[in-house]
Design a protein around this ligand. Sequence first.
Ligand code: ATP
Ligand code: MG
Length: 502
Amino acid sequence: MSTNASILVIDDEEIMRDILETLLTREGYSVRLVSSAEAGLELARSLPFDAAIVDLMLPGMDGIAALEELKKVNEELPVLMITAFASVETAIAAMKRGAFDYITKPFKNDEVLIVVRNAVERNRLVRENRLLRRTVQEQYAKFANIIGRSPRMRQVFDLIIQAAPSRSTILIQGETGTGKELVARAIHAHSPRADRAFVTVNSGNLPPDLLESTLFGHVKGAFTGAVYPKKGLFDMADKGSIFFDEMGNIPLETQAKLLRAMQEREFMRLGGMETIKVDVRIIAATNFDLRRMTEEGRFREDLYYRLNVISIELPSLRERKSDIPLLVQHFLHKYGEENAKPDLELAPGALDLMMEYDWPGNVRELENVIERAVVLTTGPRIGTDLVPDHVRKTPQFQIPEVTVPPEGISFKEVITDFEKRLIESTLEAAGGVQKRAAELLHIKPTTLNEMIKRYDIRPRRRRTSADADAASSEPDNNGHGGQSAAPQPAGARRVSAGYGEE
Ligand SMILES: Nc1ncnc2c1ncn2[C@@H]1O[C@H](COP(=O)(O)OP(=O)(O)OP(=O)(O)O)[C@@H](O)[C@H]1O
Ligand SMILES: [Mg+2]
């Protein structure tokens, strides 16, 4: 049963007001009765109601007008219309203008109660939803510097909100430039440690000794040159957070010591005997596949599991292209301010190019492209000319410049050579499918096939980044480049070994 919900009743007939009052009060509602629309509106402006019951036939301002005015006061207030059986049409008209439901006279008590209960319930849901939406928005607003509204980024925000308060280790994974450091800082900023240090470890290529002394400090005489004792980053991060910028770079030896520091929450200085207790929260980032590194024995499995208690995976920019316009906006504003060029905008053509591109360097690359464009632009509108060449994915066709040598040149040979090259590139663009290549060249597949035979055109393979990976990790010794086994990156064209004719 609904309790405490308050209902406004506007009816000019005293008997109706009495019936409704008795009925609703008995059900636990608190009821306010008025006999005119004007009086009802005045009440509605000063008190919160959960629902209103309005008679359609009122002297002065009629029921429909009252409905409209009530909606102006509170758009979400459910309004129930009371109508004589004869004027159901008017009631329906009222529904079209936003009434929640209507009750026909004479009514059954149960009927009224059901309609009122529904209205109150709906109102409660709407209110709860709004509250929820607001808190979610408020929470997301905390991440003002992390731009993204795509579902993948919302998941990231939710994870940050959930994970930040704890002391649990967090592993942030993502390609270069996806915002791992930004997220690490956000976790710290939303943790109870926010007012303590956030210490970054750039493990870089430090040799293990130096890295360990950086992390844990050393005692005097620990190694040649250790004239003074020194504290390490773990000391500095006490009660705060320590951020390993690239976990995959930490040498195996140091991994063992790190594991101990994480498990025991204590460590020893290089060359020292004393154990030192610390309370630090560890946040690690990597753009390596640490799991694979554990399989290859390059990363300790136990450390991997310790780190991976909570894992946040940052999407690449090409997986969340819907965020590109927002990011562009953000960086235009940021660099516009820095360069005293307010109100910059991107020409639609330029934005199209950015939406097309795959952004291997992710947000960092996009940021750099925008910064460059902002610095170089002379007007308020950034056109396609300021988009760097490599971002223009769709190459423009151009007939190459030719210079005729003094001794002259064979027209036929030049044309033949050009034809050959045109066919080769088109086949490449068509992923080796002749039918598609013929379409691109606006010729019949049979014609193309004849030319391929006539010119003896051999398949030319395009190296994809996956090939490059495969080549570096598994040197190819069978002469086939392992191409059938190499995983293709999303969006990469698969170039088959021979040109298929389908
Ligand atoms: N979601 C985002 N919103 C706004 N700026 C972002 C976002 N993600 C990344 N950036 C910006 O892109 C740049 C790179 O981000 P960050 O240094 O956090 O990337 P990273 O994942 O740590 O890269 P790397 O692996 O190369 O170290 C920074 O200037 C950062 O401010
Ligand atoms: Mg980084």
